[in-house]
Design a protein around this ligand. Sequence first.
Ligand code: SF4
Length: 431
Amino acid sequence: MSAHDEGRTWLPPTDHPRLLAAWAETGAATGFAAHRLRYGPLPQVEGAELIDLVARSGLRGRGGAGFPTARKLRAVADGRGRRTVVANGCEGDPAGAKDGVLLELAPHLVLDGIVLAARAVGAAEAFLCVHAGSRLVHTLSAVLAGRRSDGVEVELAEIPRRFVASEETALVNALTTGDARPTVSPPRPARRGVRGRPTLVDNVETLAHIALIARHGDRWFREAGTRDSPGTTLVTVGGAVALPGVYEIDLGMPVADVLALAGGATEPLSAIQIGGLGGSWLPLPYACRMPLTHEDARAAGAALGVAAIVAFPQRACGVAETARVLRYLADESAGQCGPCMFGLPAVADDMAVLAGAADRSGAVLHRLHTRLDVIPGRGACAHPDGAVRFAAGALRVFAADVARHAHGVPCAWAASPSWLPVPGNRREGAR
Ligand code: SF4
């Protein structure tokens, strides 16, 4: 009973799943007939009534920033002319795998959510975006062909596999011009999105939650999670754990319990990496006690981001790992904004010098701090901010290692393979 995602093996979710309940019971992806048998027809709720229901549920976006979903719905519903819905299933951040697993195991829940979100904002068309060339293209083409439209035409759209291509303005740009690079906003897509139309861009997991809220209600949704981060969420757990995979958890679950769901740590840990490659590092033991919510992550200087958690072992070098990630993030710049196009490679160079303990003067570390101060907030999208957060978190959490490296003393593990899913640099045998 396992699902596969681009060469990795993902194990069955546990605890008390909602989104993946059908798969947890049957061990198989849910077809349309079984889906309708389990959930019944689409509920007849739409427009302001549905938006108010979502508002009462407190649902927040599951793709990154955790923005209140009802506010997005309302902004698009208030727009003029034809509206569009974009379901984001791209997962540009390689640390995340949850959306692919959801689309594979419960595609009709996502499609129900797309139709309901379209009814809420008054749209008759929608795009379901996945990475070009991924296995999901074939799977979802078949799923869409076997399902009636329910009044909303859903088109499958293939988006290039780039880190920033899943950013919401990049998706809108890709669907409008074919260029999957972010654009300056405002106006946000809710005002002017695909082909100039008011556009709702939501993560596929967010939309699947809407499908459940429309059926079970806001009180049911709030039975899981915390007051400010209600509901369940899918998390991708990796690194030094026994059972890396995608798990559905109640928001608010302490990180230690999430690691326990994944079989527990297989060796002593030095830190937790949270939120994907655009996320940050958290120190131990603090990180293990931290409830997994938007507000707790933010208070810790991190973000839930793509809801990925990596257990980072003591025998790995956090400085070298950060240098590898920064090189990848610099290469993934869309090359449009100076601070991102020139600043990120410079930061990656400095971190590489630090990782190699090739500077004993302290000048590189000083320069790195200066660069990290001036880059945030100066790109058209949040890509450079995420990279800076990642680097700054490493300098904080691995401060003792950083000090040693800055005095020309590398640690023994500086050349070890990556524990984070940096493309082209996977750890030998990593799942
Ligand atoms: S900040 Fe970077 S990734 Fe974002 S639009 Fe500018 S160049 Fe592209």
